[in-house]
Design a protein around this ligand. Structure first.
Ligand SMILES: C[S@@+](CC[C@H](N)C(=O)[O-])C[C@H]1O[C@@H](n2cnc3c(N)ncnc32)[C@H](O)[C@@H]1O
Length: 234
């Protein structure tokens, strides 16, 4: 149950404010649905999901059309105002109930263990504090719940990784709404205590020369069941 909805209450200050990038992304992401095959990847990301789902950093809501009818409800968290407005529009067209909620991954405005699944698509690159965001994601997921991820990150040979790191230290985050190229989303999920399920590495676009943002991973991870949770240290 979200504590604050897009239609009610005022958000004092947007936690994420990237108006130029948001405008660019709202256009480019729609073109990428067909041009880069993103629609097909979103379909694959969400296939077979069910129950209550929380999507983190939902952007302009391009995943919404791809949720299967077995999903009871999606709570879509989006901190950027313009993208959130677009997400609200997309939610109205979705075939399942979608509640678009302001908030950020590092402090999710929802109760603990309230969701059967968490969806992450192209967002772990952009959160400010990756371990904290993943701890929050773990908190809101029920024990045994599933993470579906489609994320880009570190990849290619040594020269490509050096390029990714150099871009991360200089212009890339400022130009791309806080995105980083050299993070390791799969390793970060593992480090945060998730069990990795099947996942595959892929290049987007899959033809032509690889770009620093081409190295993607698409797959699943799980919050361990209650009995499998590590015993907290005292
Ligand atoms: C590249 S876009 C991806 C949008 C969408 N998930 C998609 O698949 O098209 C990155 C998204 O992450 C959001 N974002 C950035 N920082 C965030 C944070 N700390 N918590 C949650 N979302 C964040 C941005 O506002 C943006 O919507």
């Amino acid at each position: 149950m979200p504590l604050r909805s897009a239609g009610s209450g005022k958000v004092a200050r947007d936690a994420v404010h990237h108006p130029l990038f948001a405008r660019y992304y709202a256009r480019a992401s729609v073109a990428a649905e067909t041009r880069l095959g993103m629609a097909r990847l979103r379909e694959r990301l969400l296939a077979g999901l069910g129950g209550r789902v929380i999507e983190i950093g939902a952007g302009n809501g391009l995943n919404f059309a791809h949720y299967p009818g077995t999903v009871a409800e999606v709570v879509a968290i989006e901190p950027e105002r313009l993208l959130r407005q677009r997400a609200v529009e997309a939610a109205l067209r979705a075939g399942i109930p979608v509640d678009v909620v302001p908030g950020c991954a590092e402090a999710l405005p929802v109760k603990s263990e309230g969701f059967d699944a968490v969806v992450l698509s192209l967002v772990l690159c952009s959160v400010r504090d990756l371990p904290r965001a993943l701890a929050e994601i773990r908190r809101v997921l029920r024990p045994g719940g599933e993470v579906r991820f489609f994320e880009h990150g570190r990849g290619g040979g040594r020269a490509m990784v050096l390029t990714q790191r150099a871009l991360d230290r200089t212009v890339w985050p400022a130009l791309s709404g806080g995105c980083h190229l050299s993070r390791d989303p799969v390793g970060a999920l593992r480090d945060a205590g998730f069990e990795l399920g099947p996942y595959r590495r892929l290049l987007v676009p899959d033809k032509g020369p690889a770009l620093p943002c081409s190295y993607c991973a698409l797959g699943t991870a799980w919050r361990p069941g209650r009995g499998d949770d590590p015993v907290p240290e005292r």
